[in-house]
Design a protein around this ligand. Structure first.
Ligand code: NOJ
Length: 761
């Protein structure tokens, strides 16, 4: 028996001192379930070094390898199977596993790793817990519409607690890719188009996932993805090329990753895409210079699924061995599913193409995290069957999901106060999504089950006892079958009003789910036209994973409520919001275009040399389209309420600001309607003249406030260097003296404006 006491811990010492394993596990549990002390950094480093010194080259490469288990499939799987994966773990060839679920499965694999491998190094178990594990929250784009980072953090706490109870250590989240192209199916996984909002949400997600102590029983290791600029794929087509200026990269795309890392995220996933000619997975500029040298990232980098293999198809590596040779020195530590490190690092080392120091550095980063997670102290720290039985779908977890769903809904239109619905009216509920359970959950559902979800139709029935509520789908989500139209029209004619639940299926969003059209699929718009002809008031409830171009639909609807894919409690929440049990308060985290041809369209655009004057839209030599206005259907930050809010003028403390000083900008917001409601007060700044051109406005602050009917509140924002700095012409970050405009209001078109001057140093 080797002497490994230098890096081992009470768990191992008990186990290998000859005590029965069961006792050791039990003792460890009793200890760790109550409190898990954070593992001290010095101890981590010393223990890692001691372990590293004992490892063979093959054992080291095993730690750099991550293979999929077979409980979940999230990419192309090579012919392998559970048994051969177990053998690889046993041989020490695979030090990390993902897509294995349940305590029983994880325990089985961990037992092999810690009992049968020479150095007893525990496995790390990862999974895509993207918007919930069992209790499913709204898709991330929907959650972003809440503009409530604290609530998003709570949702991640719930997700991490449930996933940890299922034995997992690591989630491939948060996805923080800025996306300005709704054709891209993965826009649903992020926080939308804006780096400021995206950064605030990235921080919240990391805090929720990792908590304050990585070794605690209910926290997971976060993995910030997909590094970098995956959301900028050309034409919104999955896995496509990204070609971005360094300025655009640094100003728009990088801030959320940076924010997540500053918040303590200890793993990063490299993206599938190339960036300016070099695939992200072999990109030294990204993985070394930006991530480690500039940002001081201390964790490890894992690739996306088979991304090392794909360097060959990208055309940047001759073969798989060459790909491994490029990826490791570029800064990749762990190979997800390519097997390229496993198959080729030894030979490339022997050929002098990589160094053992590079391998050691990568192994060290991974082992350090395993120490920090407390895996060496107790490899079964998350394997408690009893806890697993009790952790899911608790009342509190469901309450958080319900609240986030309510806050994620965006009221896009509400003429004649069509909403909230009045109890007692006969309602024809129509549409292919009205009684769908599965679609409520969205694209990444981890272990979420739809069986017990209340659908929107069921929720409307519950809210409207005694009245007649009928359901008929009218059509499918995506087919040309119009056979159900007649029944739907009859139902609408017999009712006082129609509620149509329309949109995309949950399978139309997510990885590899891109679209060239942004309309409602199938014949849903035609169905809406037919219902509109009945003359009955029409409420449209949307479920979808991306901004859609619904100009005609929005004209036909008397009220339009965006509910995204709202999660386990989402159908219930949507019905309750329709009946006014909660007042909608979501705001769009991404612009809704009028037409797909406007894409990419986002509020923080540049002015151009020939901006169109809205008062003179026919002016010929101006930046515009012949067949569509420039402005979007619904702008970033937009969302109505059942009540109305009035904004005062913006009051600035002073008209000038010296470098280093702060300036308060204040508005008074009044609830002028009849309902209590929440409002997201948004601050936008414009730097009028810069050494490089600046966007027409940029979000620099927001506050979500609640006001009773008639209530007023002063809302102040502090403006200083942080809000004014940018990437100047010489690529340094800092401020420049000059004039600024301050806009405060309820969306990115806010008109309340004030001006100040930033003085020279
Ligand atoms: C591929 C996806 O791009 C990534 O987001 C995910 O985490 C991995 N598959 C693992 O499932």
């Amino acid at each position: 028996m080797p002497d490994f006491t230098a890096f081992q811990t009470p768990f191992f010492q008990a186990r290998f001192a000859g005590r029965p394993l069961a006792l050791a596990v039990l003792a460890a549990f009793l200890f760790f379930a109550s409190t898990a002390p954070a593992v001290e950094p010095e101890t981590v480093s010393a223990r890692t070094d001691a372990l590293l010194a004992r490892m063979t080259l093959a054992e080291k490469i095993g730690q750099l390898t991550l293979f999929t288990g077979y409980s979940g499939i999230t990419g192309p799987v090579k012919e392998q199977g559970q048994q051969s994966l177990l053998k690889q773990v046993c041989k020490g060839d695979c030090g990390n596993v993902f897509n294995l679920i349940s305590v029983a499965e994880i325990k089985k694999f961990q037992k092999v790793a810690v009992e049968e491998t020479r150095l007893h190094i525990p496995l790390l178990f990862g999974y895509d817990v993207i918007h919930g594990y069992k209790t499913i929250f709204p898709i991330c784009l929907g959650a972003a519409a809440s503009w409530n980072p604290a609530l998003i953090e709570s949702s991640e706490r719930v997700a991490a607690t449930e996933a940890a109870a299922a034995g997992l250590d690591w989630t491939f989240a948060p996805m923080v890719d800025i996306a300005r192209d709704p054709r891209w199916g993965r826009i649903c996984e992020g926080a939308g188009e804006d780096p400021f909002l995206g950064s605030a949400i990235a921080v919240a997600r990391v805090r929720g996932i990792q908590g304050t102590n990585l070794a605690a029983p209910d926290t997971l290791l976060a993995c910030v993805k997909h590094f970098a600029a995956y959301g900028a794929v050309q034409s919104g087509r999955e896995y496509n090329t990204v070609d971005l200026s360094e300025r655009m990269l640094r100003e728009v795309y990088l801030p959320p990753y940076r924010a997540a890392i500053d918040a303590g995220a200890l793993s990063v996933m490299s993206a599938f895409n190339e960036l300016n000619g070099t695939p992200a997975t072999a990109n030294r500029f990204l993985l070394q210079r930006v991530l480690r040298d500039e940002w001081g990232f201390q964790g490890f980098v894992v690739t996306d699924y088979t991304a090392i293999n794909e360097l060959v198809m990208h055309g940047s590596a001759a073969d798989e061995g060459d790909a491994a040779r490029q990826a490791l020195p570029a800064g990749v530590d762990m190979d997800m599913q390519s097997g390229a490190f496993l198959n080729h690092l030894q030979e490339r080392l022997a050929a002098g193409q990589i160094t053992e120091a590079q391998i050691n550095a990568a192994v060290k980063r991974i082992l350090e995290i395993k120490f920090k997670l407390g895996l060496f102290d107790n490899p079964f720290r998350h394997c408690d069957e009893q806890r697993e039985q009790q952790a899911f779908y608790t009342k509190e977890n469901l309450a958080t999901a319900y609240r986030l769903a309510c806050e994620s809904f965006v009221l896009l239109k509400n003429t004649n106060q069509t909403l909230p619905l009045k109890v007692g009216k006969n309602i024809a509920v129509i549409g292919p999504l009205a009684d769908s359970r599965r679609d409520l959950l969205g694209s990444w559902i981890a272990e979420g089950k739809a069986d017990s979800c209340e659908t929107v139709f069921e929720g409307i029935q519950r809210n409207n006892p005694g009245a007649k509520v009928t359901f008929t789908a009218g059509c499918d989500i995506d087919s040309t079958n119009r056979a159900g139209f007649a029944k739907a029209v009859t139902a609408a004619k017999r009712a006082d009003l129609a509620v149509l639940v329309l949109g995309e299926s949950c399978e139309m969003s997510g990885e590899a789910k891109c679209r060239t059209s942004l309309g409602l699929p199938g014949v849903q718009t035609e169905l809406l036209r037919e219902i509109k002809k009945t003359g009955k008031p029409v409420v449209v409830v949307l479920m979808n994973g991306r901004p859609l171009a619904l100009e005609e639909e929005s004209q036909m609807a008397d009220a339009l409520l965006e509910t995204w894919f709202p999660g386990t409690e989402g159908g219930k929440a949507a019905a309750d919001v329709l009946f006014g049990q909660h007042n909608p308060c979501g705001k769009l985290p991404a612009t809704f275009p009028r037409a797909v041809g406007q894409v990419p369209i986002f509020y923080a655009a540049k002015n151009t040399g020939r901006p169109l004057d809205p008062a003179n839209p026919k002016d010929v030599y101006k930046s515009k389209y012949l067949d569509c206005p420039n402005d979007p259907l619904y702008p970033f930050g937009f969302g109505l309420s059942y009540t109305t809010f009035n904004y005062s003028e913006v009051r600035l403390e002073r008209a000038t600001l010296k470098p280093g000083e702060k300036l308060q900008a204040t508005v008074t917001v009044t609830n002028t309607g009849n309902y209590a409601g929440a409002e997201v007060v948004q601050l936008y700044l414009r730097d009028l003249v810069g050494s490089v051109t600046r966007p027409v406005r940029e979000l620099k602050g927001f506050q979500k406030i609640e006001l009773r009917a008639g209530e007023s509140r002063e809302v102040s924002f502090s403006i200083g260097e942080n809000e004014l700095k940018f990437l100047r012409a010489d690529m340094t970050v800092g401020t420049e003296p000059g004039q600024y405009e301050v806009f405060i209001g309820s969306d990115s078109r806010a008109t309340a404006v004030a001006k100040f001057e930033l003085l020279a140093r």
